[in-house]
Design a protein around this ligand. Sequence first.
Ligand SMILES: *Cc1c(COP(=O)(O)O)cnc(C)c1O
Length: 324
Amino acid sequence: MDSQKQTVNFGPGPAKLPRSVLLEIQKELVDYKGLGISVLEMSHRSSDFAKIINNAENLVRELLAVPDNYKVIFLQGGGCGQFSAVPFNLIGLKPGRCADYVVTGVWSAKAAEEAKKFGTVNMVLPKLGSYTRIPDPSTWNLNPEASYVYYCANETVHGVEFDFVPDVKGAVLVCDMSSNFLSRPVDVSKFGVIFAGAQKNVGPAGVTVVIVRDDLLGFALPECPSILEYKVQVASGSLYNTPPCFSIYVVGLVLEWIKNNGGAAAMKKLNTIKSQMIYEIIDNSQGFYVSVGGIRVSLYNAVTVEDVQKLAAFMRNFLEMHQL
Ligand SMILES: *Cc1c(COP(=O)(O)O)cnc(C)c1O
């Protein structure tokens, strides 16, 4: 009996990985493709690792149709590391050292707080009493002098997700896609920078995918640590120092899995089905289930429809037993 199959993981991140990927890792762990060593022990300067990181980059490019004038790099420090890297690299784009922050939840609030260390932060939205909606873009207070406009595509804690890319009138748009990266297609050409910690939708903890438009390289503040500087990392092919080799390897396997399962469009279709299954129960429960607070369920890419069916059955049962 395979005990793993009894457990369904709805964790918020690190989150479920596709089972076939775990089995592949297991198979290759001790002896990677006949080399006699593990990826865990392999030099990041070896030609074998070069294949691994190039494959991961190419798959990001393919799955998101990343235009040629964008660089893809794999960094450390997680999504939160980018809260510092973004202002370090971009707030100097214009002389006033000002940036626009669209705060719709805890992650964008944290990013805005961090950016205050580097310059002036313009809060695009009035302070929201609770993070449950996105105010109409026509009411946004954008500063034309800002070096960039920052937002978070999906705020995991309160569940506020953008279903559109904000029109910022040609300003440099920066987006934290940590929790919905590759859960749906996205038009990369609308962005200056996209970043995503891998551990929600595309891999294990330890690596952050950064997609940056090449004309934005070279404007980092002089005090920017080299390890956080996009230009330095691009020039070294993400190998300025020892990268998280194993995490990058697993990201490559997950991206292959996404590709083999129909890519970002197919992920979106499945994710819509999965979330509808749960929201239908919540919405039809006459107030028994409420959306924010209490139990959290994450339905990232690797969570299957069958997993969600199990949860839905449990929720229906629980409702029947306890609703007055
Ligand atoms: C999880 C998450 C983060 C934090 O990422 P770390 O890798 O833990 O730093 C940031 N932003 C969003 C939207 C997240 O979901």
